[in-house]
Design a protein around this ligand. Structure first.
Ligand SMILES: C[C@@](CO)(OP(=O)(O)O)[C@H](O)COP(=O)(O)OP(=O)(O)OC[C@H]1O[C@@H](n2ccc(N)nc2=O)[C@H](O)[C@@H]1O
Ligand SMILES: Nc1ncnc2c1ncn2[C@@H]1O[C@H](COP(=O)(O)OP(=O)(O)O)[C@@H](O)[C@H]1O
Length: 298
């Protein structure tokens, strides 16, 4: 089985005050973008579970039972089958930056859920897989679903959002990742009463009409101040992207990847060339969104 799974950006990320379980209530709009990891899964001996990874940032991810794809495979086996009768050998080709605020780990978990449930011929429907996904991480249900969706709760309660057309994004990928729990912890220090959980009506209108100029003005992230506090260089990255012609700029999720919205493909090419030439980030990528969530490709 081969599964392709996209990265996400948060077009808006409203974060409420921390709850007793340590999680924050969110109002977020996710968009899946055309930067993909690929996971392959093949049968192995009963009880044998393994993973190999190559590509972007794999030295920062353990290929053991702590890996989110391994945890996903074991969870599917445990819930839908018999763990001691099933086995899988997985490999992941990573392109999504690790700890980049683009849900790379969640994407791999989503891919493993889908690949294993099909490989082992288990009777799991998409809704059941999304519920399992939510146990692994708040972003996993969206990695399965893809497209554009509003997320509430921990970010795991999803409703698709009506959109028109494709948007062109340029991503500035930072040298080192940022830890999601650390960014939320700094958010708590900076914003003890929490941020804004209002439904982003203007943003939804901009998405429905496909108006990139309006969308650029609505991008908002309550975690941005915390990410910038931990990584001050990000402020300059955002400013440079705007100076070089982006319609809007945002830190993606808990960062440090910055996403710049462009008017069209030509503008995205021009911005990516400029950002690369200025050495603003470790890598610059052009992507489009929305794209579908985790999908079997063979
Ligand atoms: C911030 C966001 C925005 O989409 O994305 P990333 O920047 O990680 O991609 C997500 O909320 C991250 O989702 P995900 O990375 O799946 O989170 P989890 O593994 O469930 O949780 C990691 C840690 O993040 C914090 N966390 C996560 C979600 C949430 N609603 N409130 C939280 O406080 C908790 O400290 C938790 O221990
Ligand atoms: N398969 C995986 N791919 C990426 N990260 C993983 C994976 N499994 C576990 N992790 C861990 O999850 C953490 C978050 O990574 P990631 O999901 O890439 O970033 P983010 O939460 O910023 O979107 C990292 O510390 C990483 O070591």
């Amino acid at each position: 089985m081969r599964v392709r799974v996209p990265a996400k950006i948060n077009l808006t990320l409203g974060v409420g005050p921390v709850a007793e379980d340590g999680y924050h209530p969110l109002t977020t709009v996710f968009q899946a973008v055309s930067l993909h990891d690929e996971l392959t899964a093949q049968w192995d001996e009963p009880g044998a579970f393994s993973i190999a990874m190559w590509g972007e940032g794999v030295d920062q991810v353990a290929a053991d039972d702590s890996n989110l794809a391994m945890r996903a495979a074991r969870l599917v086996a445990e819930r839908f089958g018999a763990e001691d009768q099933l086995g899988v050998r997985m490999s992941v080709k990573k392109s999504i930056p690790v700890a980049g605020g683009m849900a790379g780990g969640s994407a791999n978990a989503a891919a493993a859920l889908l690949a294993c449930s099909v490989l082992w011929d288990l009777d799991a429907d998409p809704e059941e897989l999304r519920e399992l996904g939510a146990e692994l991480g708040a972003d996993v249900p969206f990695s399965l679903m893809g497209g554009t969706a509003i997320g509430t709760g921990r970010g795991d309660k999803l409703v698709p959002v009506l959109t028109r057309g494709q948007h062109h994004w340029v991503l500035a990928v930072a040298e080192d990742g940022l830890s999601t729990p650390k960014v939320f912890a700094r958010f708590d220090e900076l914003t003890p009463d929490g941020g804004d959980l209002e439904m982003p009506t203007e943003l939804m209108n901009a998405l429905a009409s496909g108006d990139s100029v309006a969308l650029g003005k609505c991008l908002r992230n309550d975690l941005a101040a915390a990410a910038i506090d931990l990584r001050p260089r990000l402020q300059q990255t955002l400013e440079e992207g705007m100076e070089f012609g982006a319609l809007g700029a945002i830190v993606s999720g808990s960062g440090p990847t910055c996403a710049f919205l462009c008017r069209n493909e030509e503008a995205a090419v021009a911005l990516s060339v400029r950002l690369s030439a200025e050495g603003v980030a470790r890598a610059v990528r052009r992507v489009q969104g929305p794209v579908p969530g985790a999908r079997l490709i063979s």
